[in-house]
Design a binder for this molecule. Structure first.
Ligand code: FMN
Length: 220
């Protein structure tokens, strides 16, 4: 018995969706590529930089805390990401006591959320912190010149660097005073969760790296 042609053919929109659906491995690969792209200089204004910043959620002895930080470096092969902070900041104290953290990313344009479960490690006076510091331009180093401990109470607004510096950039030599306050936080990614919102169907997937590798689709 011959099957009528129409019965064997998916509606064209379903066909397009089926063809466009990536495999878990493809989705995992492109997700990491998107994080790498967020740390690179854009060639064009239209390049999506939604993943340039992330919310770092930490644990404290009193409960939970969260704040935005900039994604600085990504190693997709080894599953590591890095961000920078002031070594005197409250978050550093929290991560030393509770190294487990979550990094939450959201790209509004693509409607994609990444949730990374990480183990954090602090680098201050080792070669890793030195290497990142050497690569940092003076404008970014300026943020580490604060004479005041981050979060300490002040008699008035304090800019986060010596007030006389104003809008000017420190010289390379002046910026070296910030090195003692500079901390690199290395994040070993234990798992990544992907979520994409779409009116035509959401997609949620979990990529486990530790203790063993595993990829699975999840109900949104
Ligand atoms: C867009 C944006 C980017 C930020 N990037 C960083 C960063 O890369 N590192 C950092 O320590 N703080 C960064 N901050 C400031 C933090 O969100 C936070 O206010 C500050 O670090 C104090 O946090 P803590 O008291 O939990 O240590 C950023 C804030 C915003 C709004």
């Amino acid at each position: 018995m011959s099957i009528p042609k129409e019965a064997n053919t998916l509606p064209s929109d379903t066909q397009e969706r089926t063809q466009a659906t990536p495999t878990l491995a493809e989705l995992e690969g492109t997700s990491w590529q998107q994080l790498i792209q967020a740390t690179e200089r854009s060639e064009s204004q239209s390049d999506s930089k939604g993943f340039k910043t992330m919310t770092l959620a930490t644990s404290t002895s009193r409960g939970a805390d969260a704040r935005i930080v900039v994604l600085r470096r990504v190693d997709a092969a080894r599953k590591y990401v890095w961000f920078y902070t002031d070594a005197r900041a409250e978050k550093v104290i929290q991560m030393e006591a509770f190294p487990a953290a979550t990094l939450l990313f959201w790209d509004d344009k693509q409607q994609i959320q990444f949730r990374l479960t990480v183990e954090t490690r602090l680098h201050t006076d080792d070669y890793i912190a030195d290497e990142h510091w050497q690569a940092l331009w003076v404008g970014a180093r300026k943020a580490y010149l604060s004479e005041q401990i981050p979060g300490s109470e002040q008699p008035g607004p304090y800019p986060g660097f010596p007030e006389q510096m104003g809008d000017t950039l420190p010289t390379n030599e002046e910026s070296e005073a910030g090195r003692k306050n500079f901390a690199v936080i290395e994040c070993r990614v234990l798992a990544m969760e992907y979520l994409r919102l779409s009116p035509s169907g959401q997609a949620r997937a979990h990529f486990q790296y530790e203790p063993e590798s595993r990829m699975v689709w999840l109900a949104p």
